[in-house]
Design a protein around this ligand. Structure first.
Ligand SMILES: *[C@@H]1O[C@H](CO)[C@@H](O)[C@H](O)[C@H]1NC(C)=O
Ligand SMILES: *[C@@H]1O[C@H](CO)[C@@H](O)[C@H](O)[C@H]1NC(C)=O
Ligand SMILES: *[C@@H]1O[C@H](CO)[C@@H](O)[C@H](O)[C@H]1NC(C)=O
Length: 252
């Protein structure tokens, strides 16, 4: 007697099996798929950056911590979505990968272990997602040399404690500088040079500034108004403040 199941039942059984599998290994499976996607797009682009071990097995790679794909690797734009699923990543370097389009908050929200994000020298446009400033472990953020247009205003309570270095130079950023940037408690280095930022410096003599501030670079914007170095009196580590090439500063 042959065993016969109607197609509908078979599909249903498959679905249940898939669901059980997903519940047991869900995260791992998703991460593994993300790795396979990344790998196949690297292979398709003839990238020299395909780690050799990826070809043999993806076992264990879901604990990948460091991913350096920098260079002209021609990986697809949807790769950010796959990268965003690898929650174990601590360092992502996709500098100079000719990527474009806008950055989505959802691409970064799961990267709870990320310490360094280097996505400079691409062609990303639109707004910088606020989620980037809320990653709990992020220390180093480099978005320089893109076509980004807007810095989000984040509320101080949501700001992470660790962000130390922010590179936003050579973008198309306009509007005013959010005061919240200067309030990041560990911030040492802020580079906003060569953008179209306007308006006044968003600090005053009573602003709560990061006591760790060492370097502030604001040249080549359209900033104006009063700037009083007294405002920075409590920043005892300060080494350099570059305000050159702006519209109309009134320095005191
Ligand atoms: C990759 O290399 C193959 C063979 O050398 C070539 O035919 C193909 O066009 C290359 N693909 C890309 C995206 O450069
Ligand atoms: C961003 O770039 C993509 C193509 O790379 C384009 O389709 C989109 O309109 C651009 N968005 C903005 C806001 O410029
Ligand atoms: C600067 O430091 C002084 C002395 O520690 C303190 O009283 C004052 O509140 C600080 N000002 C700001 C704006 O943080």
């Amino acid at each position: 007697m042959s065993c016969y199941l109607p197609l509908g039942t078979m599909l249903w059984v498959l679905c249940v099996l898939q669901l059980m599998f997903y519940m047991a290994f869900g995260c791992v499976v998703e991460e593994r798929i993300a790795l396979m996607r990344i790998r196949s797009s690297l292979v398709g682009a003839n990238s020299s950056k395909v780690p050799e071990s990826w070809g043999r097995t993806l076992q264990g790679l879901t604990k990948l911590r460091y991913l350096d794909l920098s260079g002209n690797c021609l990986i697809g734009n949807n790769m950010l979505d796959s990268l965003g699923k690898l929650a174990s990543l601590e360092v992502i370097d996709i500098d100079s990968c000719r990527m474009s389009g806008s950055l989505q908050s959802s691409d970064f929200i799961n990267l709870k272990n990320l310490r360094e994000l280097r996505i400079g020298s691409n062609q990303f446009n639109g707004s910088i997602p606020a989620s980037l400033f809320e990653l709990p472990r992020l220390e180093y953020l480099d978005l320089s040399g893109n076509l980004l247009q807007h810095i989000p205003i984040t509320s101080p309570s949501n700001l992470p404690l660790l962000l130390r270095e922010i590179h936003l130079e050579f973008n198309q950023l306009s509007g005013s500088i959010p005061a919240s940037l200067f309030g990041l408690p560990r911030l040492e280095y802020l580079d906003l040079s060569w953008n179209h930022l306007q308006g006044h410096m968003p600090i005053s003599s009573s602003s709560n500034l990061s006591p760790s501030l060492k370097i502030i670079k604001l040249p080549r914007n359209n900033l104006n108004g009063l700037f009083d170095f007294f405002w920075l009196r409590n920043c005892t580590m300060l080494k350099k403040v570059d305000l050159s090439g702006n519209a109309d500063w009134q320095l005191m």
